[in-house]
Design a protein around this ligand. Structure first.
Ligand code: IVH
Length: 700
């Protein structure tokens, strides 16, 4: 009903309904990181609430959504750059994955099945990770994981946690201890009861309670919350802790850190799986949440040899407990349009609790998935399609967006119709087409499509892109709706248009004030200087994620070089095109997508670049003689496997190529080298043997 048609009683009831809905949405968004309604729906609920309050000011509730500002913004904390990246873990879901993890390590290291390998196995705590830096034995700062490279400075809060020593006797000069902050079931229940008693906010689960308690701008609140800590890893050290993981943990325990008592040294895959089964059986009685078991190779020298992929170490894996499941009814299928125009079907569900969290939506992936086929046309769920009204089985496998596992045809309503996937964009009406071989249908409206435009802006300001403090998805949507920001360039003219002295000013906008407006303008100015990799990523080019953007930036070095190359490479017969394709990780699909972006939007991209200072890519962080060099391995390597050689070369900043060309700097040739060695000789490429290589990288 329109707001002006409401009488007082209806308005009161409606305000109560909106307060409950918005509270639920806030929790899902801020506490669970799992939004249940779209940002647009959220805003329209808030607007309706504000409009009713404007008509009936005396009905404004004490808990009115307009009095609330959501959770403490992440931007309230300073940032700390981790001296060594905080890694996450690859996952294993069954015993085969674990066996493959172990054999993969043997293969990488070139070890036979008979060589002994030991692994630690310990519970995977469902909390949040924290890095603690001690210098000369004193805690000097504490940081959350953040994006792995930069976290939030929560030093004052960490000092308030009893399990964390403030100072350590006989510590090495530099010691970074990493571990998990969590809350026990008992403390969680008591906290929620106490919060409920004072009408304060309660938490959906212990992990959210721990996160909410640690990330308090007022550390006295953290001090009053019963947070606990288990140490399980470390960052930079002035000297090694020990030769093995198990002994390193023992040293951390001697320094005063709690170590999980269920950590066990295992000597075979069977022992690892037996320990997993033991921990799983005791899961409910541990008194805190865990979501799996982490296995780590015990020998730290071998860990070093294995190294890491971009975000996960090769020497550890998380063996997750099976996903939590529940059945519920599918109420509607909604289509969301993403920044690249992808039409994503989302299931709206009757609320159901899965593993302690209320779920009201789930991803349906794409139209084939709904129809009961995989991307190759093979049946999934034995070919059963999913229809509105169906009973569906939901699961959550640790990730935030729940998925649909199955559908029950026996409970299908008689009138349920097969779902007709839209062939036009629900946001802009443009045709939505599916390219051959693509499982996704896409809106062809480009930037005409409001959904694509706004999603691209959200991507532009996201954490791995411009990361502008105070300008998140919500603010972008609201500015977009009012026409204040329609393109990335508009962000950088915001102050000229809505700053001091202008007829309409940001500080007078709802939800803003003098200080926050000023802060936003400062934050925007700070981001006029942006590293090349972030800039490329921010453009939101399809197929170009963070890692590819960093590769492109690393290859071309600076904006001018990259821009010129993208101009030249538009010609598929040009050397520039061949060069683009020669970059490790760039295939024809990504190349086409990058070139298309630079052909269709070159004017906008250039106009944007002109407003910014794009910083050249950092040189490889290594001073090794092979940094930046293109290396090819051939023949038999005798001291390490090819995989290890490649990983170590890359870790030192070299690029490893598969074939010899004029660009190759070095060929490492073992016995049996053939055509590649001949080609290298022809092209005058330097050739060395394995010992020469080891000497060059300082491992000889
Ligand atoms: S080891 C380089 N051990 O799980 C190794 N992580 O999914 C880094 N976690 O980010 C992690 N319990 O926050 C490790 N016993 C444990 C853990 C654990 C919980 C968390 C940690 C990590 C995440 C990866």
């Amino acid at each position: 009903m329109p707001v002006d048609g409401l009488d007082e009683a209806q308005a009161r009831a409606e305000l109560a309904r909106l307060a409950a809905l918005l509270d639920q949405a806030n929790r899902a968004y801020y506490q669970d990181d799992a939004p249940e309604i779209s940002d647009a729906d959220y805003d329209s609920l808030r607007q309706r609430n504000a409009a009713i309050e404007a008509r009936f000011p005396h009905l404004m509730r004490p808990d009115s959504p307009s009095r609330q500002i959501g959770a403490a913004p992440a931007s309230g904390f300073g940032k700390i750059r981790h001296s060594r990246r905080m890694m996450s873990l690859a996952n294993a879901f069954d015993p085969e994955d674990v066996a493959e993890f172990v054999t993969g390590i043997r293969r990488f290291l070139g070890l036979g099945g008979e060589a002994a390998l030991a692994f630690t196995a310990e519970p995977k705590i469902d909390g949040l990770s924290l890095s603690l830096r001690y210098e000369d034995g004193y805690l000097i700062h504490a940081a959350t994981r953040g994006d792995g490279e930069t976290g939030e400075d929560v030093t004052a809060n960490a000092r308030a946690i009893k399990d964390i020593p403030q100072s350590i006797a006989d510590a090495p000069e530099l010691l970074e201890v990493r571990g998990e902050v969590f809350m026990s079931h008992e403390d969680f229940a008591a906290l929620n009861a106490a919060q409920a008693a004072i009408g304060g906010k309660t938490f959906a689960n212990p992990r959210n309670a721990a996160a909410g308690s640690l990330r308090q701008l007022d550390a006295t609140i953290t001090a009053a919350r019963p947070l606990r800590f288990f140490a399980y890893s470390w960052g930079s050290l002035s000297q090694p802790l020990a030769p093995t993981q198990m002994q390193a943990l023992a040293r951390l325990r001697d320094f005063g850190f709690p170590i999980n008592p269920d950590t066990k040294l295992c000597h075979s895959t069977d022992q690892m799986l037996a320990h997993y089964a033991m921990i799983e059986a005791r899961r409910a009685s541990l008194g805190y949440d865990i979501d799996g078991v982490v296995y780590k190779l015990d020998d730290l020298a071998l860990q070093d040899r294995l190294g890491q992929r971009s975000t996960t170490p090769r020497w550890a894996i998380a063996h997750k407990f099976p996903a939590e499941r529940a059945w519920t009814q599918l109420q509607a299928i909604e289509i969301q349009v993403g920044r690249t125009g992808a039409l994503s079907p989302v299931a709206r569900l009757a609320p159901v609790t899965v593993g302690g969290v209320v779920v009201t939506n789930a991803t349906l992936h794409n139209e084939d998935y709904i129809a009961g086929r995989d991307s190759r046309g093979q049946p999934i769920r034995e070919g059963r399609d999913i229809r509105v009204g169906d009973w569906v089985e939901i699961y959550r496998a640790g990730d935030v967006i729940p998925k649909i596992r199955d559908v029950d045809p026996a409970r299908r309503p008689e009138d349920a119709q097969p779902y007709a996937f839209p062939e036009t964009c629900p946001e802009c009406g443009s045709p939505a087409i599916r390219d051959p071989g693509d499982s996704v249908r896409r809106c062809t409206g480009g930037l005409i499509c409001p959904a694509q435009a706004v999603e691209r802006l959200k991507h532009f300001v996201s954490r791995a892109a411009f990361d502008i403090e105070g300008l998140g998805a919500k603010q972008v949507e609201s500015f977009w709706r009012d026409g204040w920001i329609k393109t990335p360039q508009d962000i950088f003219t915001l102050r000229d248009r809505f700053g001091p002295g202008q007829p309409r000013q940001l500080k007078n906008r709802e939800g803003w004030g003098e200080k926050s407006a000023q802060n936003l303008f400062v934050a925007i100015e700070e981001r006029r200087r942006i590293p090349l990799a972030r800039f490329i990523f921010a453009l939101g080019i399809r197929h170009v994620g963070e890692v590819s953007a960093a590769m492109l930036a690393g290859h071309y070095g600076d904006w001018q070089g990259f821009r010129a190359a993208m101009r030249d490479a538009q010609d598929p017969d040009s050397p520039a095109y061949a060069e683009l394709l020669s970059i490790d990780g760039v295939g024809a699909v990504m190349a086409a997508s990058v070139l298309a972006a630079f052909s269709a939007e070159s004017a906008e991209i250039d106009a944007l670049a002109d407003m910014l200072t794009i910083l050249p890519a950092e040189k490889p962080a290594s001073d090794s003689a092979v940094a930046g060099k293109i290396v090819v391995f051939t023949g038999t390597l005798e001291k390490m496997t090819r995989a290890e050689a490649k990983a170590r070369a890359e870790a030192l900043g070299a690029k490893v190529a598969g074939s010899v060309s004029g660009k190759t700097d070095l060929l490492v040739a073992g016995p049996g080298a053939g055509s590649k060695a001949r080609k290298a000789a022809e092209l005058g490429v330097k050739v060395i043997d394995e010992d020469g290589w080891l000497a060059l990288i300082g491992a000889g």
